[in-house]
Design a protein around this ligand. Structure first.
Ligand code: SF4
Length: 203
């Protein structure tokens, strides 16, 4: 990895460094996941966003397009964001714990997450978001020392790196399997979490 400065840099410098890292990442062979990829999936959204959303890993559509959260789960996430007046393009910077698609969309192995961690850590240190959303249990387990299921900790605030506040939220692929909008249902809770997040970023 290249030595990089992540503090007190201009927006243009930040974008330049992120682009360089994306290029380095696209050639990465640090773990076995590189063997099956079509594209590395680096990020989407605004490098100056107040919210960073960290998901699990690319799926088929993401691997084909090189962009995170563009399959059915991503479309559902977009719908939720739109409904709560959060712009994917301006308010969010989106990435995953690993940048290459695991075979058959399995959960990334600990050694794969460890190998890819340098990219995620550098993204966080460059973006310096106010809020980090841990989308699904893989992201939670990467960023927090907890074995608690996401259903027990979603919607709660935790301290994150560089003074960020972190909140676990449901992964949209879970919401795809849970259609109810009734009070207390996963989709209803997701809406509640997004409203809480908006309050914090608008402070
Ligand atoms: S998942 Fe990360 S560490 Fe593994 S090959 Fe892809 S970019 Fe490199």
């Amino acid at each position: 990895m290249i030595e990089i400065k992540t503090e007190n840099i201009s927006f243009d410098e930040k974008v330049k460094i992120l682009d360089q890292l994306k290029e380095v990442c696209s050639q990465c062979t640090a773990c076995k996941l590189h063997e099956g990829r079509n594209n590395t999936v680096w990020s989407d959204g605004n490098p100056n966003a107040k919210i960073m959303l960290i998901g699990e890993a690319p799926g088929h559509n993401e691997d084909m397009r090189g962009v995170p959260f563009v399959g059915r789960a991503g479309q559902l996430l977009d719908k939720f964001l739109e409904e709560h007046d959060i712009s994917r393009k301006y308010d969010l910077y989106i990435c995953n714990t690993v940048k290459c698609r695991p075979p058959e969309n399995r959960v990334p192995k600990p050694e794969e997450k460890d190998s890819c961690r340098k990219y995620l850590d550098t993204q966080i240190s460059l973006i310096r978001p106010k809020v980090i959303l841990l989308c699904g249990s893989t992201a939670v387990q990467s960023m927090m020392e907890t074995k608690l299921p996401i259903s027990k900790i979603r919607g709660q605030w935790f301290d994150g790196p560089f003074g960020a506040k972190m909140m676990p939220i449901f992964h949209p692929s879970y919401l795809l399997r849970n259609h109810s909008l009734e009070e207390g249902s996963p989709r209803w809770l997701m809406g509640k979490d997004l409203e809480e997040i908006k309050k914090v970023i608008n402070k």
